[in-house]
Each structure stands twice: as C-alpha cells, then as structure tokens.
Design a protein around this ligand. Structure first.
Ligand code: ACO
Length: 328
C-alpha cells in the first residue's frame, strides 16, 4: 500500500476536573440495603465525586478545558471549535459547549453538544476528526462532562451506587502526517448504534414527554450482556481499520463503567490488564466524561506517553457504542 500525506487530528493537550466532594461506598449503607463489599465486588467502584449544589456541568467542563489549554500552552481564542459530549446539560438549551465558550472568554469559532450517553466522547472524537480532515477546523477541543448525580434515583440501589460526576478535555490539532500507522493522531474510528435497545438503559423523563429531567433506569444484567461483546467487536474493527495489530497497542482506555466489563473486554481482545488504564475505583461511571478523565489521569500517572498507540472504546444508552484508535 502506498502512503500519502494526510491531515491527522493530533492530541496537543489534555486535562480533567473532579468536584471536591468524594463519596465513599460506605455512605450509601446509611440509606440503602447495600454494602461497600457488594459494590466493590460487582463493579470495582470504591468512591465517586459528586458536584456541589449550584455546580453545573458547564462549570466542570470549563475547569477541564482550562487544564487542557494550559497543557497545550494556548489561549481559548486559538481554538476553532468546542464539542461537549454530555447527557446532563445545564439547560435544555443553549448547549453546554456555548456556555463553556463564554466562560473561557472565547470570542470566535463555533461550539455544540453531542449526545451519545456513555459513548459520547468516542462519537465527539470521531466528529472532531472529521471536521479537521475536512478542513472545517484546525483546533478542536472535545470535552466529556457530566453531572449524573442529578438524574439518579436515590432509592434504586441497582443504579445510584454506580455513577459519579466529572469532566475531561482533549485538544486536537490538524497536523500533516505521512499516512503511515507511525503518524501521531487519530488513525481510525468505528461508530455504532441500535435504537431498538432503548428499554435497557434510559432516563424516564424529558422535555417533550414528562417535562422533567427524569431518573436513570437500567437493566444491569442486559447492559452487561451487550457490553463485553460489542466493545470487543468495535475495538477490533477500529484496530483492523487502522492497519495495526492488537500486539502493537500500548494502552486500552475503556469507558469506566464496571471493572468486570473492562476485564472481560480486555480478555476478549487478548490484552493483559497491565495495558489497560483503569480509574473506575475512584470515579465510578461518569458516562461521557469517563474516557477523557482516564486519558488525563493516565498521562498524570505517567502511563500514557507521546507515541503510544491507544484504543478508546465505550458503550452506553441508545444503545450507542464505538472505538477510536490514535497515536498519542
Ligand atoms: N447492593 C446490594 N445488592 C444489590 C445492589 C446493591 N447496590 N444492587 C442490586 N442488588 C441486588 C439485586 O437486587 C439482586 O438481588 P436479588 O437477586 O435478590 O434480586 C442481586 O443484587 C443481584 O443483582 P444483579 O443485577 O443480578 O447483579 P449483577 O451481578 O448483574 O450486578 C450490576 C449488577 C453491577 C449493575 C451489573 O449488572 C452491571 O455492572 N451491569 C452493567 C451496567 C453498567 O455498567 N451500566 C452502566 C451504564 S452503561 C455503560 O456505561 C456500559
């Protein structure tokens, strides 16, 4: 195969933010028939962060955005676009992304939200790559930001112990690559959805139905059944599409929903757990924020280094699922 120059979307900055309040599993024991032991053994989650009263998704997103801008050494006006992946926006409209744009003092470019629930960051990354490849934007900030604590039913022990709040941000920049798999930047993506599976994971309220925000509802066992199979398949598709092999992957950075799903997927892919970035114990499931949070923590821990070949993969409500292969 001949290689020719291509425009790659290359990561030049990453950052994250977690709200100050940390809630250990034991806190749920006071109000629910549950235990730290049950939550840890079924999910791998030990604690999560919850946003303070008055702290909105756009606040979390703006903190993460500032951290990513600082790492890249850029002002907000150096960005052409902001994409926020979220299912828990401040308001029905305008978008969280435009609120972040204003909070950053960014006076140019465009901003919009993407909603693909837990897979939102993967969908945002693929869309940002397409904008960059098309020449519509040279620098795009993608943010995953959520306040899932606002849509939990605190009487449902099967869901409320699993989720947390947080935000992570990545800045992508157009750079010329050679077209080989040695290039830095996004090498491939694979996106999927199946709208017939709505009933196993959804929120029972909304603007045009109940007129309320609603609460998260989930058939945990059913979601689990779909997760490992679909995540392994989409990761493998993206790996094949990138023209690389599983052996070349330095890090898999999965959606952090459940340690058993993370382990099962890695096993199906034939990747040992020492090549998986895991943060679920400390963050819980932060939906669209979980992958950029894990990328940022992975860099801070010294796990992810420039030149590493990385697979991100996620599944969530919709169902919607997908994967991206990138060289850091
Ligand atoms: N504490 C104690 N007992 C509990 C709790 C709890 N917090 N929650 C449920 N139980 C009980 C159930 O009521 C059930 O009791 P029963 O047998 O008397 O009816 C028992 O524990 C077993 O419940 P299961 O649902 O069978 O437990 P399972 O082993 O499947 O674990 C879990 C549940 C953790 C939700 C698991 O199914 C799961 O992780 N599913 C994936 C869901 C997920 O990660 N969703 C995130 C959103 S989508 C995504 O991001 C991938």
């Amino acid at each position: 195969m001949t290689e020719s120059a291509v425009t790659r979307a290359v990561v030049i900055g990453v950052g994250h933010y977690l709200p100050a309040r940390v809630v250990p599993n034991a806190e749920f024991e006071a109000t629910l028939d549950t235990s730290d032991e049950w939550i840890v053994s079924r999910s791998g989650i030990e604690r999560r962060h919850f946003a303070a009263e008055g702290e909105a998704t756009s606040d979390l997103a703006t903190h993460a955005a500032r951290a990513a801008l600082s790492m890249a050494g850029l002002d907000a006006d150096a960005l052409d676009a902001i994409i926020v992946a979220t299912s828990t926006p401040d308001l029905t409209f305008p978008s969280v992304a435009t609120m972040v744009q204003a909070k950053l003092g960014m006076t140019r470019g465009f901003a919009f939200d993407i909603q693909a629930v837990c897979a939102g960051f993967v969908f945002a990354m693929a869309n940002a790559q397409a904008l960059i490849a098309a020449g519509s934007a040279r620098r795009v900030m993608i943010i995953g930001a959520e306040t899932f604590s606002r849509i939990l039913d605190w009487t449902d022990r099967g869901t409320c112990v699993l989720f947390g709040d947080g935000a992570g941000a990545v800045i992508l920049e157009a750079q010329e690559g050679t077209g080989s798999t040695a290039d830095r930047g996004i090498l491939s993506s694979d996106l999927n959805s199946d709208g017939t599976q709505k009933g196993i994971l959804y929120v029972d309220g909304g603007v045009s139905t109940s007129g309320t925000a609603g609460c998260l509802r989930m058939q945990g066992k059913e979601v689990f059944r779909h997760a490992v199979e679909k995540l392994a398949r989409t990761a493998r598709t993206a790996i094949d599409r990138a023209g690389v092999t599983v052996d070349e992957i330095d890090w898999i950075v999965p959606h952090q929903a459940n340690l058993r799903i993370i382990r099962g997927t890695a096993q199906k892919l034939g990747l040992p757990m020492d090549r998986v970035v895991v943060t679920v114990a400390d963050h819980g499931n932060t939906s669209a924020a979980s992958i950029p949070l894990a990328l940022s923590v992975g860099v801070a821990r010294g796990q992810i280094k420039p030149g590493n070949l990385i697979v991100i993969e996620a599944i969530g409500g919709g169902l919607a699922w997908g994967a991206v292969v990138l060289r850091w």
